[in-house]
Each structure stands twice: as structure tokens, then as C-alpha cells.
Ligand binder design. Structure first.
Ligand SMILES: CSC[C@H]1O[C@H](OP(=O)(O)O)[C@H](O)[C@@H]1O
Ligand SMILES: Nc1ncnc2[nH]cnc12
Length: 291
């Protein structure tokens, strides 16, 4: 199967990558079921890249039902080391206007019904997650976003991940603002946790589409509002991706982020006691720590 080191997870409005050449669609089976859709592998800006739409190409998968474990596993199995997630978000700050971009640096978890990690059934792993986004990949995204010149870009910010699928109540939206959250969405988790467990560098381009429902002089968020602002946002995200693909190093040997070794000190279970079937199941993620 063809391989790629950069993986793009497309969110609402980004179901196909324009500008990819020499493409092949691959179906990847994983121990956690099927990914959201076929993965498109091809050349993008001269770089091998894998693209996966997290809601499926017809947007048929709601946030709670996204097979995030299968998605991350599938990308890892194709050789992906860098994952760039693209997401539509609501803004919880006056200064983050619809159509602005945010490269968030924190996440606050308000999900309720999701499986949060890969490891289970006798294998216990506790990864450090204080900084949920890879700082090095985030910086590259920021550089590329700023190069656009005609888009407002915000460096850092806390993404509160709600369960959905309904949007927030006004009380919730106001509480998130008081708690210091900056943007709101439904999909950063468990995706970011799984990327960390899979030792991938993971960062997000968050495209603001609305002011959620806290703003006194703006309409409360509707799908129509999100969709109206998305097409401009998605075009900008694609321009960033074209530029960042050129900046991402060919391998991670000089990285200082630690993402590539996230499991080195995180596996609690005595390796001598790990049953062979578990070792086999998880060899893609922990094989290098078993020899
Ligand atoms: C269509 S608005 C709500 C929807 O959009 C965001 O998804 P994504 O992060 O995949 O762009 C949000 O989290 C909701 O899933
Ligand atoms: N206001 C909002 N809340 C949750 N997810 C969103 N995605 C886009 N806008 C959103």
C-alpha cells in the first residue's frame, strides 16, 4: 500500500482535497473497525499526503459516532507522522470573528459519550497530555497561516469540545466564556488524545464560522450560518496546507516536541505479563517498546 507522512483530517465542509495529484483511494481495515471513509493518498504540493474526511464524504457521521480510533489507527498504519486537523468552530470571543482562523493550543473536555483511548483489555497506558497539540506543528501552521496576509489568524486559544450534536444553550456558552474558553467545537476529542497515544504530531486549523449563541447583537448559530462561512474558511485552510506541506520536515529525528516518543514512559503494565494476543493487537503502537 502507498504511504504518506502527512495526514489531513477534513472537517465540516472539507470532504475532498483540491490540488492532490496521482491519487489512490484506499480502504484501511483496523482492529477498531472502519475509518470514516476511504483515505485518499496522493501528492500535494509535491509531498505524499493522506486525506480523510472525519464525517465521511457525504457528512453522514455525527460527532459522537466518528470512528476516531479507526481514523487515527488507519493514518498511523499508512506511515503518517504528522496529522493536521481542520475544524469548523464557534467563537466565544468578540475578537475572533467569523472567518478568522485559530491555531489552538489547549482543549477543555466537555464530551460525555466517547471512548477516549486505544488501550484496554489488559494494557494500561497513561500519556502526558498537558499540551494536547504539537507545538512544532502548530508553529508551522501559524507561519503558513500568517503568510496568507488577508486572513485574521489567532495564535493559541482553548477549544472546548462539547458532545453535541445540538449546539450549546446560552447558559453553557456564557459559562464557557467565563471559564476562559475561546472556541467551541465537537470533534477535537478524542481525536487529539488518540493522536498522542499513536505518537503522532497533531495540530488543528480551526475556522471560526459563528459566535455560537452568547453574542447579544449576533444571531445564534445555525447550520446555515456555519455553511455560509465555511467555503471561504475551507479555501483558506487549503492554502495553508499547500504551504505547510513544504515546511514539514521529511522525518522527525530533529523534533523536540516529544510526540514521537509519547509512550516511552507511559506504559504501566508489566511487559512480561502482556499476553501475546495483546502484544500483537497493539504492535503498531507499542511494538518498538516490546523488544
Ligand atoms: C456543521 S456545524 C457543527 C459541526 O462542525 C464541526 O465539525 P468539524 O470539527 O468536523 O469541522 C463541529 O465540531 C460539529 O461537528
Ligand atoms: N457554535 C458551535 N458549536 C459547536 N460546534 C461548532 N462548529 C461550528 N460552530 C460551532
Amino acid at each position: 500500500m502507498r504511504r504518506a507522512t502527512i495526514g489531513i483530517i477534513g472537517g465540516s465542509g472539507l470532504y475532498r482535497m483540491e490540488g492532490m495529484t496521482d491519487v489512490e483511494e484506499v480502504r484501511v481495515a483496523t482492529p477498531f473497525g472502519d475509518p470514516s471513509d476511504v483515505i485518499t493518498i496522493g501528492n500535494f504540493s509535491g509531498v505524499p499526503m493522506a486525506f480523510l474526511p472525519r464525517h465521511g464524504r457525504g457528512h453522514s457521521i455525527n460527532p459522537t459516532e466518528i470512528p476516531a480510533r479507526a481514523n487515527i489507527w488507519a493514518l498511523k498504519s499508512l506511515g503518517v507522522e504528522w496529522v493536521i486537523a481542520v475544524s469548523a468552530v464557534g467563537s466565544l470571543r468578540e475578537e475572533i470573528a467569523p472567518r478568522d482562523l485559530v491555531i489552538p493550543d489547549q482543549i477543555f473536555d466537555r464530551t460525555k459519550s466517547r471512548v477516549n483511548g486505544f488501550f484496554e483489555g489488559g494494557l494500561v497506558v497513561h500519556c502526558t497530555f498537558a499540551d494536547p497539540f504539537c507545538p512544532e506543528l502548530s508553529n508551522l501552521l501559524l507561519d503558513s497561516a500568517r503568510e496568507l496576509g488577508d486572513v485574521n489568524v489567532h495564535a493559541g486559544g482553548t477549544y472546548v469540545c462539547m458532545e453535541g450534536p445540538l449546539f450549546s444553550t446560552r447558559a453553557e456558552s456564557n459559562v464557557y466564556r467565563k471559564l476562559g474558553m475561546d472556541i467551541i467545537g465537537m470533534t477535537a476529542l478524542p481525536e487529539a488524545k488518540l493522536a498522542r497515544e499513536a505518537e503522532l504530531c497533531y495540530a488543528t486549523i480551526a475556522c471560526a464560522t459563528d459566535y455560537d449563541c452568547w453574542h447579544e447583537s449576533e444571531e445564534s448559530v445555525t447550520v446555515q450560518m456555519v455553511v455560509n462561512n465555511l467555503s471561504a474558511n475551507v479555501a483558506n485552510a487549503q492554502r495553508i496546507l499547500q504551504s505547510v506541506a513544504q515546511k514539514i520536515p521529511a522525518n522527525r529525528s530533529h523534533q523536540t516536541c516529544g510526540c514521537a516518543d509519547a509512550l516511552a514512559t507511559s506504559i504501566m503494565t508489566d511487559r512480561l505479563q502482556l499476553p501475546a494476543p495483546l502484544k500483537e493487537k497493539y504492535s503498531l503502537l507499542i511494538g518498538k517498546y516490546l523488544s
